[in-house]
Design a protein around this ligand. Structure first.
Ligand SMILES: [Zn+2]
Length: 452
């Protein structure tokens, strides 16, 4: 599609927001080349503005920030380190008190999300916040070489697609398909459509795209760019997707509460959207960490309707100041290790994470899918879907590994399923730790994660 026509179609899709998003994209295209000192000053300025707004107009922060230090003392990160952490339970208990009385001329957009543990949260955002996140997504797509109007196919993780939604997506040349986990649907609808007109890019949760990839021959299709989001992407999954589609994977990190957090550049570094958010990594004593793994906290400068300041997303990762070959000074989220809660633990103190299982059992053939769920201190349930009649051999392997690490005091219960339960937002979790909600218990619909 011609560039100017693509721009017109994009604006037509949502005239109020998309025109502003394009203006902001121009600004982001320039600010990505700022020096680190300039980015630090920009963050300090935006933090002042957010704190001032929150103190004045948000009942929750009027109290929470009462004892906080005065603005302007120390760097942005030093000042943030003295502020309280906002946890999911705080958001759940204060969803109204966290909303601002000043919407700055915009509208309040409410959404209900699964949250990282699957327990629902109500999140509000303002029009300006949504516009800024859209601009960040557009810049992330440009880093992958995808421009407005390029043909894309989005594999939705769950739910039906409305006619209006299909029309809107059509205006920007995105073709959505509903939930991809059904083999029949993939073989009869999705694969023929992709073969008839291969897109420039494909988006979806890693699990959905892997289901699709596993039904296709190697290089049957050439899709230059594959955007993955919504779930932890493991190295071996990236390798399979790149091989099958003969393209390159770009992983996008965001959450329903704070979206558009980080995008991979052309050199494969996951850069944080530093102009719009501050991402901190802290240890168990809430002290800042660099180059080692810790809990991720985010402060969102965009959402003035429901400010998230030092919000603990529930993920773990590694933050780095190391320069990237691309020349951008936006910080890099070097590793992303998935949900803090996605680990099972034995009475001997040993913990096994989703990353451990994904690495250790990357070549299973007799089992199509599995999920390890900790039911109590000493009971672990291994759920699996058989791919072949001799699946028990691989089930025994997983059981042996869990027992070897967590000790003989742990009882392991095996359960065979036809399909594994997904979270409310259609995600798959390989490991579910104690104290987190089991996705199998959720049936309600949640808003779809957007990547356009
Ligand atoms: Zn880079």
């Amino acid at each position: 599609m011609h560039r100017w026509l693509s721009t017109v179609m994009f604006v037509l899709c949502n005239p109020l927001q998309h025109r502003a998003a394009l203006r902001l994209l121009d600004a982001l295209s320039r600010s990505q080349w700022l020096s680190r000192a300039e980015l630090d000053s920009l963050q300090a300025f935006r933090l002042d503005r957010l704190l001032d707004h929150s103190r004045r107009t948000v009942p929750y922060y009027r109290q929470a920030l009462e004892r906080a230090v005065a603005p302007g003392i120390g760097t942005c990160r030093e000042r943030l380190a003295r502020l309280p952490i906002l946890r999911k339970e705080d958001v759940r208990a204060n969803s109204v008190a966290l909303q601002s009385s000043d919407l700055r001329g915009g509208r309040l957009h409410l959404s209900r999300t699964g949250g990282s543990t699957g327990e629902p949260l109500t999140v509000a955002n303002g029009t300006a916040g949504l516009i800024a996140a859209t601009a960040a997504v557009l810049r992330g797509k440009e880093w992958a070489g995808v421009r407005l109007g390029d043909r894309g196919v989005a594999i939705k993780a769950h739910g039906e697609i409305s006619i209006a939604g299909r029309l809107r997506a059509g205006l920007v040349n995105i073709h959505p398909f509903k939930s991809c986990l059904s083999r029949e649907h993939l073989l009869r609808t999705v694969i023929p459509a992709l073969s008839a007109s291969p897109p420039r890019y494909l988006t979806g949760y890693p699990t959905s795209l892997l289901c699709l990839a596993n039904l296709m021959e190697e290089r049957e299709l050439h899709i230059p760019v594959i955007f993955t989001t919504g779930e932890m992407l493991y190295a071996h999954q990236r390798e399979i997707l790149e091989r099958k589609f003969a393209g390159r994977v770009f992983d996008y990190y965001g959450s329903n509460e704070v979206s558009a957090l980080a995008f991979e550049c052309e050199y494969g570094c996951r850069h944080i959207t530093d102009e719009q958010v501050v991402l901190e990594v802290v240890d168990d004593a809430d002290q800042p960490l660099w180059d080692v793994s810790g809990r991720i906290l985010v402060t969102d400068f965009r959402n003035m309707a429901m400010p998230f300041i030092r919000y603990e997303l529930g993920d773990r990762g590694v933050l780095s100041r190391a320069p990237c070959q691309c020349g951008r000074h936006l910080l890099v989220l070097k590793e992303l290790e998935g949900r803090s809660q996605d680990a099972i633990r034995g009475p001997n103190g040993v913990a096994l994470s989703g990353v451990f299982f994904a690495g250790r059992f990357r070549n299973l053939e007799r089992i199509r899918a599995y999920q390890v769920v900790q039911q109590s201190e000493t009971v672990v349930e291994l759920r699996y879907v058989s791919a072949r009649p001799d699946a028990q051999t691989e089930v025994n392997e997983i059981v042996a590994v869990i027992r070897e690490h967590l000790g003989a005091a742990v009882r392991i219960e095996e359960r065979c399923f036809d399909t594994l339960p997904l979270t409310r937002t259609g995600k798959t979790r390989h490991v579910i730790g104690l104290g987190t909600l089991d996705p199998g218990k959720f049936t309600a619909k949640a808003p779809e994660l957007k990547l356009h």
